[in-house]
Unconditional design. Sequence first.
Length: 345
Amino acid sequence: MKMKVGVVGAGSWGTAMAAHLALSGHQVGIWAREPEVAEGINGEGRNPLFLKDIQLPSGIEACAELSRALREKQVVVMAVPSRWTREVAREAAGYIPRETAILNLAKGFDYGTNRRLSETISEELKRDAATGVAVLSGPNHAEEVARGIPSATVIACGDPALSRDLQASFSSSYFRIYTNSDVIGVEVGGAYKNVIALAAGMLDGLGLGDNTKASLITRGLAEMARFGSALGANPITFSGLSGMGDLIVTCISRHSRNRGFGERLGAGGSPAAVLEETRMVVEGVFATRAVVEIARGLDVEIPIAKGVKAVLDEAASPAEMVEKLMTRRLKEETEESLYRDFLLK
Protein backbone atom coordinates (compact mmCIF):
# COMPACT_ATOMS: atom_id res chain seq x y z
CA MET A 1 0.00 0.00 0.00
CA LYS A 2 1.43 3.36 -1.04
CA MET A 3 1.11 6.10 1.54
CA LYS A 4 1.58 9.80 2.16
CA VAL A 5 4.44 9.96 4.65
CA GLY A 6 5.83 12.92 6.56
CA VAL A 7 9.43 12.63 7.78
CA VAL A 8 10.27 14.97 10.64
CA GLY A 9 14.00 15.69 10.52
CA ALA A 10 16.36 15.92 7.56
CA GLY A 11 19.53 14.65 9.20
CA SER A 12 21.31 11.56 7.90
CA TRP A 13 18.74 9.01 9.03
CA GLY A 14 15.71 11.10 8.13
CA THR A 15 17.14 11.77 4.68
CA ALA A 16 17.99 8.10 4.13
CA MET A 17 14.52 6.98 5.21
CA ALA A 18 12.88 9.58 2.97
CA ALA A 19 14.93 8.30 0.03
CA HIS A 20 14.01 4.69 0.79
CA LEU A 21 10.31 5.49 1.09
CA ALA A 22 10.29 7.55 -2.12
CA LEU A 23 12.01 4.73 -4.01
CA SER A 24 9.34 2.40 -2.66
CA GLY A 25 6.67 4.56 -4.27
CA HIS A 26 5.41 6.52 -1.28
CA GLN A 27 4.67 10.24 -1.47
CA VAL A 28 7.13 11.79 0.97
CA GLY A 29 7.30 15.17 2.62
CA ILE A 30 10.32 15.94 4.79
CA TRP A 31 10.73 18.74 7.32
CA ALA A 32 14.15 20.37 7.53
CA ARG A 33 14.97 22.80 10.30
CA GLU A 34 17.42 24.61 8.01
CA PRO A 35 15.81 26.31 4.97
CA GLU A 36 18.96 25.70 2.90
CA VAL A 37 18.51 21.95 3.37
CA ALA A 38 14.95 22.11 2.06
CA GLU A 39 16.12 24.21 -0.88
CA GLY A 40 18.92 21.77 -1.69
CA ILE A 41 16.64 18.74 -1.62
CA ASN A 42 14.00 20.40 -3.78
CA GLY A 43 16.37 22.14 -6.19
CA GLU A 44 19.32 19.79 -6.58
CA GLY A 45 18.01 16.51 -5.21
CA ARG A 46 20.72 16.57 -2.54
CA ASN A 47 20.91 17.36 1.15
CA PRO A 48 23.73 19.93 1.42
CA LEU A 49 24.52 19.08 5.05
CA PHE A 50 23.93 15.32 5.44
CA LEU A 51 24.65 12.47 3.00
CA LYS A 52 25.86 15.13 0.61
CA ASP A 53 27.05 12.63 -2.02
CA ILE A 54 23.69 10.86 -2.28
CA GLN A 55 21.46 11.78 -5.21
CA LEU A 56 17.95 11.64 -3.81
CA PRO A 57 15.09 10.15 -5.83
CA SER A 58 12.12 12.13 -7.06
CA GLY A 59 9.00 12.01 -4.93
CA ILE A 60 10.43 13.92 -1.95
CA GLU A 61 9.12 17.39 -1.15
CA ALA A 62 11.15 19.22 1.50
CA CYS A 63 10.07 22.27 3.45
CA ALA A 64 11.09 24.26 6.51
CA GLU A 65 7.49 24.59 7.72
CA LEU A 66 6.49 21.71 9.99
CA SER A 67 2.77 22.17 9.42
CA ARG A 68 3.22 21.84 5.67
CA ALA A 69 5.40 18.74 5.93
CA LEU A 70 2.77 16.99 8.06
CA ARG A 71 -0.33 18.04 6.14
CA GLU A 72 -2.63 15.14 5.16
CA LYS A 73 -0.05 12.47 6.00
CA GLN A 74 -1.03 8.90 6.85
CA VAL A 75 2.26 8.14 8.61
CA VAL A 76 4.61 10.50 10.43
CA VAL A 77 8.20 9.33 10.85
CA MET A 78 10.05 11.05 13.70
CA ALA A 79 13.76 11.34 12.85
CA VAL A 80 15.12 14.03 15.16
CA PRO A 81 17.90 13.49 17.75
CA SER A 82 16.76 12.44 21.21
CA ARG A 83 17.75 15.78 22.69
CA TRP A 84 15.08 17.56 20.61
CA THR A 85 12.45 14.84 20.37
CA ARG A 86 10.15 16.30 23.01
CA GLU A 87 10.39 19.85 21.68
CA VAL A 88 9.64 18.84 18.10
CA ALA A 89 6.87 16.40 19.08
CA ARG A 90 5.21 19.15 21.09
CA GLU A 91 5.37 21.50 18.11
CA ALA A 92 4.07 18.83 15.75
CA ALA A 93 1.18 17.75 17.99
CA GLY A 94 -1.22 20.32 16.60
CA TYR A 95 -0.69 19.13 13.03
CA ILE A 96 -1.05 15.36 13.51
CA PRO A 97 -4.57 13.84 13.57
CA ARG A 98 -5.17 10.96 15.98
CA GLU A 99 -5.60 8.47 13.15
CA THR A 100 -2.10 9.18 11.80
CA ALA A 101 0.43 6.42 12.51
CA ILE A 102 3.65 7.45 14.27
CA LEU A 103 7.02 5.73 13.74
CA ASN A 104 10.08 6.87 15.71
CA LEU A 105 13.60 6.34 14.35
CA ALA A 106 15.67 8.11 17.03
CA LYS A 107 17.74 6.00 19.42
CA GLY A 108 18.29 7.31 22.93
CA PHE A 109 16.51 8.59 26.00
CA ASP A 110 14.53 11.77 26.52
CA TYR A 111 16.92 14.54 27.47
CA GLY A 112 16.08 15.70 30.98
CA THR A 113 13.64 12.96 32.02
CA ASN A 114 15.50 9.80 30.88
CA ARG A 115 12.25 8.32 29.61
CA ARG A 116 12.10 6.16 26.52
CA LEU A 117 11.42 8.22 23.42
CA SER A 118 8.19 6.42 22.54
CA GLU A 119 6.87 7.43 25.96
CA THR A 120 7.88 11.04 25.37
CA ILE A 121 6.28 11.19 21.93
CA SER A 122 3.11 9.50 23.22
CA GLU A 123 2.88 12.03 26.01
CA GLU A 124 3.27 15.04 23.72
CA LEU A 125 0.89 13.67 21.08
CA LYS A 126 -1.54 12.44 23.74
CA ARG A 127 -1.37 8.85 22.51
CA ASP A 128 -1.63 5.61 24.45
CA ALA A 129 1.87 4.94 25.79
CA ALA A 130 1.71 1.21 25.02
CA THR A 131 0.25 1.23 21.52
CA GLY A 132 0.33 4.79 20.17
CA VAL A 133 3.88 4.94 18.79
CA ALA A 134 5.88 2.36 16.84
CA VAL A 135 9.68 2.32 16.90
CA LEU A 136 12.18 1.20 14.26
CA SER A 137 15.63 0.03 15.31
CA GLY A 138 18.36 -2.21 13.97
CA PRO A 139 21.80 -2.30 12.31
CA ASN A 140 20.96 0.46 9.85
CA HIS A 141 23.63 3.00 9.02
CA ALA A 142 22.01 5.78 7.02
CA GLU A 143 24.84 5.84 4.49
CA GLU A 144 24.12 2.25 3.46
CA VAL A 145 20.33 2.41 3.53
CA ALA A 146 20.44 5.50 1.30
CA ARG A 147 22.53 3.54 -1.23
CA GLY A 148 20.16 0.58 -1.27
CA ILE A 149 22.62 -1.80 0.40
CA PRO A 150 20.65 -4.76 1.82
CA SER A 151 19.75 -4.19 5.47
CA ALA A 152 17.34 -5.61 8.03
CA THR A 153 15.58 -3.93 10.92
CA VAL A 154 12.78 -4.27 13.48
CA ILE A 155 9.56 -2.36 14.01
CA ALA A 156 8.15 -2.70 17.52
CA CYS A 157 4.75 -1.62 18.74
CA GLY A 158 2.20 -2.71 21.30
CA ASP A 159 -0.35 -2.69 18.47
CA PRO A 160 0.45 -5.75 16.30
CA ALA A 161 -1.78 -4.54 13.47
CA LEU A 162 0.14 -1.26 13.19
CA SER A 163 3.46 -3.13 13.20
CA ARG A 164 2.31 -5.39 10.39
CA ASP A 165 0.93 -2.50 8.33
CA LEU A 166 4.19 -0.57 8.58
CA GLN A 167 6.20 -3.71 7.90
CA ALA A 168 4.26 -4.42 4.73
CA SER A 169 4.36 -0.83 3.48
CA PHE A 170 7.97 0.04 4.33
CA SER A 171 9.79 -3.21 3.46
CA SER A 172 11.55 -3.51 0.11
CA SER A 173 13.90 -5.85 -1.73
CA TYR A 174 16.85 -4.27 0.11
CA PHE A 175 15.23 -3.21 3.41
CA ARG A 176 13.78 -6.19 5.28
CA ILE A 177 11.62 -5.43 8.31
CA TYR A 178 10.76 -7.80 11.15
CA THR A 179 8.16 -7.06 13.84
CA ASN A 180 8.33 -7.35 17.61
CA SER A 181 5.95 -6.46 20.43
CA ASP A 182 8.76 -5.71 22.91
CA VAL A 183 8.98 -1.94 22.57
CA ILE A 184 11.09 -1.59 25.73
CA GLY A 185 13.69 -4.08 24.54
CA VAL A 186 13.94 -2.66 21.04
CA GLU A 187 14.31 0.90 22.34
CA VAL A 188 16.83 0.00 25.04
CA GLY A 189 18.95 -1.94 22.55
CA GLY A 190 19.05 1.02 20.18
CA ALA A 191 20.09 3.41 22.94
CA TYR A 192 22.50 1.20 24.90
CA LYS A 193 24.53 0.07 21.91
CA ASN A 194 25.78 3.65 21.53
CA VAL A 195 27.23 3.50 25.03
CA ILE A 196 29.13 0.31 24.23
CA ALA A 197 30.22 1.78 20.88
CA LEU A 198 31.90 4.69 22.67
CA ALA A 199 33.95 2.15 24.61
CA ALA A 200 34.69 0.18 21.43
CA GLY A 201 36.00 3.32 19.78
CA MET A 202 38.26 3.99 22.76
CA LEU A 203 39.78 0.54 22.24
CA ASP A 204 40.50 1.48 18.62
CA GLY A 205 42.05 4.77 19.68
CA LEU A 206 44.25 2.96 22.17
CA GLY A 207 45.42 0.59 19.43
CA LEU A 208 44.09 -2.52 21.15
CA GLY A 209 43.16 -5.68 19.30
CA ASP A 210 40.27 -7.74 17.99
CA ASN A 211 40.31 -9.92 21.10
CA THR A 212 39.66 -6.87 23.24
CA LYS A 213 36.81 -5.61 21.10
CA ALA A 214 35.14 -9.02 20.84
CA SER A 215 35.28 -9.32 24.61
CA LEU A 216 33.79 -5.86 25.02
CA ILE A 217 30.95 -6.51 22.57
CA THR A 218 30.06 -9.80 24.25
CA ARG A 219 30.07 -8.40 27.78
CA GLY A 220 28.35 -5.27 26.50
CA LEU A 221 25.51 -7.39 25.16
CA ALA A 222 25.11 -9.05 28.56
CA GLU A 223 25.15 -5.64 30.27
CA MET A 224 22.54 -4.29 27.84
CA ALA A 225 20.28 -7.29 28.49
CA ARG A 226 20.58 -6.97 32.27
CA PHE A 227 19.70 -3.30 32.13
CA GLY A 228 16.81 -3.85 29.72
CA SER A 229 15.43 -6.75 31.76
CA ALA A 230 15.40 -4.54 34.84
CA LEU A 231 13.20 -2.09 32.91
CA GLY A 232 10.78 -4.82 31.83
CA ALA A 233 12.20 -5.89 28.47
CA ASN A 234 12.26 -9.47 27.23
CA PRO A 235 15.98 -10.40 27.38
CA ILE A 236 15.65 -12.54 24.25
CA THR A 237 15.03 -9.34 22.27
CA PHE A 238 18.67 -8.38 22.75
CA SER A 239 19.83 -11.41 20.75
CA GLY A 240 18.07 -9.98 17.69
CA LEU A 241 18.63 -7.19 15.20
CA SER A 242 17.84 -4.33 17.57
CA GLY A 243 20.24 -5.70 20.17
CA MET A 244 23.14 -7.83 18.95
CA GLY A 245 22.82 -6.70 15.34
CA ASP A 246 22.89 -2.99 16.07
CA LEU A 247 25.57 -3.45 18.71
CA ILE A 248 27.94 -5.21 16.32
CA VAL A 249 27.62 -2.73 13.47
CA THR A 250 27.91 0.31 15.74
CA CYS A 251 31.04 -1.04 17.42
CA ILE A 252 32.90 -1.94 14.21
CA SER A 253 31.70 0.33 11.40
CA ARG A 254 33.61 3.25 9.96
CA HIS A 255 30.21 4.96 9.61
CA SER A 256 29.58 4.83 13.36
CA ARG A 257 29.57 8.32 14.82
CA ASN A 258 29.73 6.94 18.36
CA ARG A 259 32.60 4.57 17.66
CA GLY A 260 34.47 7.38 15.91
CA PHE A 261 33.92 9.71 18.85
CA GLY A 262 35.27 7.09 21.23
CA GLU A 263 38.27 6.48 18.98
CA ARG A 264 39.26 10.13 19.24
CA LEU A 265 38.98 9.94 23.02
CA GLY A 266 41.17 6.84 23.02
CA ALA A 267 43.74 8.69 20.93
CA GLY A 268 44.01 11.39 23.58
CA GLY A 269 41.27 13.91 22.80
CA SER A 270 39.32 15.55 25.59
CA PRO A 271 35.55 14.91 25.62
CA ALA A 272 34.66 18.61 25.40
CA ALA A 273 37.07 19.32 22.54
CA VAL A 274 36.08 16.25 20.52
CA LEU A 275 32.38 16.99 20.98
CA GLU A 276 32.85 20.55 19.77
CA GLU A 277 34.84 19.41 16.73
CA THR A 278 32.30 16.72 15.84
CA ARG A 279 29.50 19.25 15.18
CA MET A 280 26.99 16.42 15.03
CA VAL A 281 24.89 14.74 17.68
CA VAL A 282 26.68 11.86 19.41
CA GLU A 283 23.77 10.02 21.02
CA GLY A 284 26.02 7.82 23.13
CA VAL A 285 27.18 10.78 25.21
CA PHE A 286 23.63 11.54 26.34
CA ALA A 287 22.65 7.86 26.59
CA THR A 288 25.60 7.09 28.87
CA ARG A 289 24.54 9.66 31.42
CA ALA A 290 20.91 8.54 31.20
CA VAL A 291 21.77 4.86 31.65
CA VAL A 292 23.91 5.49 34.72
CA GLU A 293 21.22 7.68 36.29
CA ILE A 294 18.48 5.13 35.58
CA ALA A 295 20.61 2.27 36.91
CA ARG A 296 20.99 3.97 40.29
CA GLY A 297 17.45 2.91 41.08
CA LEU A 298 17.88 -0.64 39.79
CA ASP A 299 19.67 -3.66 41.22
CA VAL A 300 21.80 -4.16 38.12
CA GLU A 301 25.52 -4.03 37.32
CA ILE A 302 26.59 -1.78 34.42
CA PRO A 303 30.41 -1.59 34.69
CA ILE A 304 31.01 -0.67 31.03
CA ALA A 305 28.54 2.22 31.08
CA LYS A 306 30.02 3.47 34.35
CA GLY A 307 33.50 3.27 32.86
CA VAL A 308 32.45 5.25 29.79
CA LYS A 309 30.84 7.89 31.99
CA ALA A 310 34.04 8.22 34.01
CA VAL A 311 35.93 8.97 30.79
CA LEU A 312 33.30 11.47 29.63
CA ASP A 313 33.49 13.17 33.04
CA GLU A 314 37.31 13.18 32.77
CA ALA A 315 37.48 11.18 35.98
CA ALA A 316 39.42 8.42 34.21
CA SER A 317 41.39 7.97 31.00
CA PRO A 318 40.35 5.36 28.40
CA ALA A 319 43.35 3.24 29.43
CA GLU A 320 42.28 3.41 33.07
CA MET A 321 38.75 2.41 32.06
CA VAL A 322 40.10 -0.70 30.33
CA GLU A 323 42.32 -1.59 33.29
CA LYS A 324 39.43 -1.26 35.71
CA LEU A 325 37.19 -3.49 33.60
CA MET A 326 39.94 -6.10 33.22
CA THR A 327 40.69 -6.23 36.95
CA ARG A 328 37.14 -6.54 38.27
CA ARG A 329 36.31 -9.46 40.53
CA LEU A 330 36.88 -12.72 38.66
CA LYS A 331 33.76 -14.67 37.72
CA GLU A 332 32.68 -17.87 36.01
CA GLU A 333 31.01 -18.13 32.62
CA THR A 334 28.67 -21.07 32.84
CA GLU A 335 25.14 -21.75 31.71
CA GLU A 336 23.90 -20.52 35.08
CA SER A 337 25.99 -17.34 35.05
CA LEU A 338 24.97 -16.51 31.49
CA TYR A 339 21.35 -17.09 32.43
CA ARG A 340 21.78 -14.64 35.29
CA ASP A 341 23.43 -12.10 33.00
CA PHE A 342 20.60 -12.14 30.52
CA LEU A 343 17.69 -12.62 32.91
CA LEU A 344 19.06 -10.42 35.71
CA LYS A 345 18.27 -12.84 38.54
